[in-house]
Every structure is written in C-alpha cells, then in structure tokens.
Design a protein around this ligand. Structure first.
Ligand code: FAD
Length: 436
C-alpha cells in the first residue's frame, strides 16, 4: 500500500486509530470528518461520556504508542455492583487476576488523543467539517460537503469507510449487486445522564466498579470518570413507558431507582436536554470492493453496547487489517479479502453475544444461580488456569477471536456437564450401595 493515497471517511475511534497506524507505516493518508476539529471546539473536555476499553483495545493502542497515555486517563473497574430497589447491593468481580479490570475512558478524550497521535505524522492530514455524502467505489472517490453546503470530490487509491453505523461509504456499496446488508434495532433506547462529583470534590459512589440497577426489561448503569463524576445510562423500552419522555421523570426514578435520585441533582434537566439514542446492530457482507474500498468498525459491524466491545472491536479491526496489509504489501484486494475473512464470522458472534448480554445485565446478574455460576467459573479458572477460562474473561481480557472464545466456552460447558453428570452417577450409586 506504500505510496498509495488512502482516504478515510470518519475521524472517530476506528478512523483516527487507523490513520495513526497507516501514518506510522509511511502511507499517504487524508481523513475527512463531518464534525468540527475537537482540538478547537473543546468538545472533548466538555460533558463526560465514557466507554469501557479492555485488552483488545489496549493492544491496538499500544501499537501506536498510546497505551500508557490512555491508561493514565482511565478509571479501572474491577467488577459489577448491582443495586436492588431497596438500596441493597451485590458485588461480582470481572475476573480472578489483579489485571482483570476494564477501563472507563472518556470517549471525547480518547478520540482527541487518537487524532493528536495520527496528526504527528506529516503524511497524515485531517479535514474537519467535511461530511462524506457518497462514494464512487470504482474510481474510487468520495463526495464531500463542506460547512456552507458546497460539494467536491476527493480521489484516492483506496477509500476507507470508518464513518460509523450509518456509514455513507457503506450506503454506496449497498447499491451494488451481491452486497448483503441488514440492520436491526433493540426495542430499548438509551439516555445519558450524569452523577456529578460530590461537594467535597470526591466521588458520590464507589468509583472502581461498574454500577448496575437491573430491572428486567430496563436498567440503569453508571461508569466512573476521572473528574469524579459518573456517566449514567438509562436503557429502557419507550413503548412500554410512553409517559417518560413527556412526564414524571423523577417519579419514575423514585419508583425504580430511588437511591439514584439524590445523586443526580440535574436529573430532569439532563433527561429533557439529552437526546434519546437507539441501539442498532449492523451486519453486511462483503466489507470491501476490489481492493479499492474498505469498511471498518461500526460502518460494517455496529453492535449493541452490552458487552462493552464495539470500540474494542473497531480497534482490533485495525490490528488485523494492518497485519493483512503487511502480509500482502502489493495486493490490496488480497489484503482486504484476508481482513474480511479473519474478522467477519467473529464479529457476527460478538453481535449475538452483545444482544444476549442485555438480558444478563438487566436481569440475570441479580439471580443467586448466576452469581454462584460466576463464583464457580472463577474457582475453576484459579484451579485450572491453563485449561479453563470463563467466556467473559476470554472476551474482555484476552485477544482470542470472539468466535473461538464462544466455541471454547461451549466445550468447557460440555466437559463440565459430563463431570457433574459423572459425580451425580457416582453419588447415586454410593447411596444405592449403602441402602442395599
Ligand atoms: C451508549 C453506547 C455505549 C457504548 N459503550 C461502549 C463501551 O463501553 N465499550 C466499547 O468498546 N464500545 C462501546 N460502544 C460502541 C462504540 O461507541 C463504537 O463501537 C465505536 O465508537 C465504533 O467506532 P467507529 O470509529 O467505527 O465509529 P464512531 O466512533 O462512531 O466514529 C465514526 C466517525 O465518523 C464520523 N462520520 C459519520 N458520518 C460521517 C460522514 N458522512 N462523513 C464524515 N464523517 C462521518 C462521525 O462524526 C464519527 O467521528 C458504545 C456505544 C453506545 C451507543
């Protein structure tokens, strides 16, 4: 790919990290972003919206020398703290090791660091306030609309669509025969709220855990920020609570999450001011066109946020893509095929896991059976570290491809079923032997 001109639509998490990787490797890169430059707008320093980054993400960040910097601005979370309606809590650790923590990081701050890092390379140029409105996959070229509405085309050797779940680059591929595409929405929407820092400047609740208020079909979660606030997200099905958007927000929270109301002095204002987000899963196939166009991150595999893996997966895309490019330096089509082949089935598995995990987080986490199983999983991991790894550990704290992790977990479950069955038979035979 050396010497070729690469155009990236989207300077979000995946696009900015890819620009840094390509810049490091000496490629000529131009990045076009719809939003304004966050270095000028100060948006990243404003309201904290955070996300959890784990092993896959930090591996990709280490490849551009940013791991330490991002760890310094992260708050580690060692497990989940579940809150019931009566104010009781139950803690469940994420893993068995000291390093088994997921890291809460400011989304804006992370994006800013990625842009700064990529911009250090003289061969990488960012263009902000440039919305990609379409792509001609055969040239390849993208059409861009500037702030005053004027349009222009930019032409390159490769176009990368890193422009998120509603990607304009992908939309252009969708019109071509043989391109499969589907999107599906959860019935839950989400709203971001805030628990501000306490009056003395400290945290109002435990900062080293991810807080969950599970209530079945809906839930509230809170992740800590470095500035001692928490980003709180309500996930709920609006059709079942049609009055909430227009009605008694405080009443709803007092009924469902009474202990959170004193923590959120701006609850009603935040609820009314902040947009309601939707939760979409996007699948498409293929993710590339003739070595000229490529999709990355949410543009080709948006997943719902319940496994905390969407950004991690977008970062991991960059790792796999750059390995594929190294392997096929003079054949872009082969590199893109290899990237697609290595990633597609695994992120399909992640999409299913993420949907299933909504039920885990909103319902199962409070059940005795779930908590016992987690303890048993961790005991087995401690006893047989080389043979047994819980699924959550494999997804969050290793780089085992998602599909392989699920297959290994299924094998472990089958083996465990056999062992438990055999113990049951031996116990039953022993009882019979005593009785007869
Ligand atoms: C509520 C919520 C919580 C989440 N929590 C987590 C979490 O804890 N951990 C995790 O790993 N993931 C999480 N995710 C998922 C994560 O946010 C995404 O998977 C990740 O941001 C994908 O990165 P991306 O670069 O593909 O897309 P994005 O980060 O969305 O970046 C796309 C960029 O393209 C720009 N753009 C869009 N359209 C155009 C256009 N036409 N022209 C030019 N630019 C354009 C956008 O402005 C944006 O900058 C969460 C998602 C949600 C909704």
């Amino acid at each position: 790919m050396s010497g070729e001109k690469i155009l990236i639509a989207g300077a979000g998490l995946g696009g900015a990290l890819l620009a840094a990787r390509l810049g490091m490797a000496g490629h000529d890169v131009e990045v076009f972003e719809r939003r304004s430059d966050p270095r000028n707008t100060g948006l990243a320093e404003g309201k904290s919206i955070n996300l959890a980054i784990s092993t896959r993400g930090f591996h990709a960040l280490a490849q551009i020398g940013l791991e330490r910097r991002i760890l310094d601005m992260a708050v580690p979370m060692r497990g989940r703290l579940m809150h019931d309606r009566q104010g009781g809590t139950v803690f469940q650790p994420y893993g068995t090791g000291k390093d088994h923590t997921i890291k809460s990081v400011s989304r804006g701050g992370l994006n800013l660091e990625l842009i700064r890092r990529a911009d250090e390379f003289p061969n990488v140029t960012f263009h902000f306030d440039q919305a990609c409105t379409g792509c001609d996959p055969d040239r390849p070229a993208i059409t861009l609309r500037g702030p005053s509405g004027q349009t222009r085309d930019a032409e390159g050797d490769v176009v990368v669509g890193a422009d998120g779940a509603f990607s304009a680059v992908r939309r252009s591929l969708q019109r071509r025969a043989g391109f499969d595409y589907s999107q599906s929405y959860l019935r839950q929407s989400y709203k971001e709220l805030t628990i501000p820092a306490a009056g003395d400047g400290g945290y109002r609740i435990d900062p080293d855990v991810l807080h969950i208020w599970p209530r079945g079909g809906f839930m509230l979660i809170a992740l800590p920020n470095l500035d001692k606030s928490f980003t709180v997200t309500l996930f709920w099905p609006p059709e079942e609570y049609p009055g909430l958007d227009t009605g008694d927000v405080t009443g709803f929270f007092l009924e469902q999450f009474p202990d959170t109301v004193p923590l959120m002095p701006d609850l009603v204002q935040d609820f009314n001011d902040n947009p309601t987000g939707s939760l979409v899963t996007v699948r498409c196939d293929p993710w590339h066109h003739e070595g000229k166009v490529l999709l990355l991150g949410d543009a080709c595999h948006a997943v719902v946020p319940f496994y905390g893996q969407g950004a991690n997966a977008a970062f991991e895309d960059c790792t796999v893509l750059m390995d594929a490019v190294l392997e096929h330096p003079n054949d872009m089509a082969a590199a893109f095929r290899s990237y697609h082949l290595q990633r597609k089935s695994h992120v399909d598995v992640l999409a299913d896991l993420a949907i299933e995990n909504f039920q885990v987080m909103s319902e199962h986490v409070m059940s005795r059976r779930f908590l016992m199983r987690k303890k048993f999983d961790h005991l087995l991991e401690l006893l047989f570290p080389a043979a047994y790894l819980p699924l959550y550990t494999m997804i969050s704290f290793t780089r085992i491809p998602y599909g392989d992790a699920v297959r290994k977990a299924e094998r472990q479950n089958r083996a465990l079923g056999w062992v438990v069955g055999c113990i049951g038979i031996v116990a039953a035979l022993s009882v019979l032997a005593v009785l007869l």
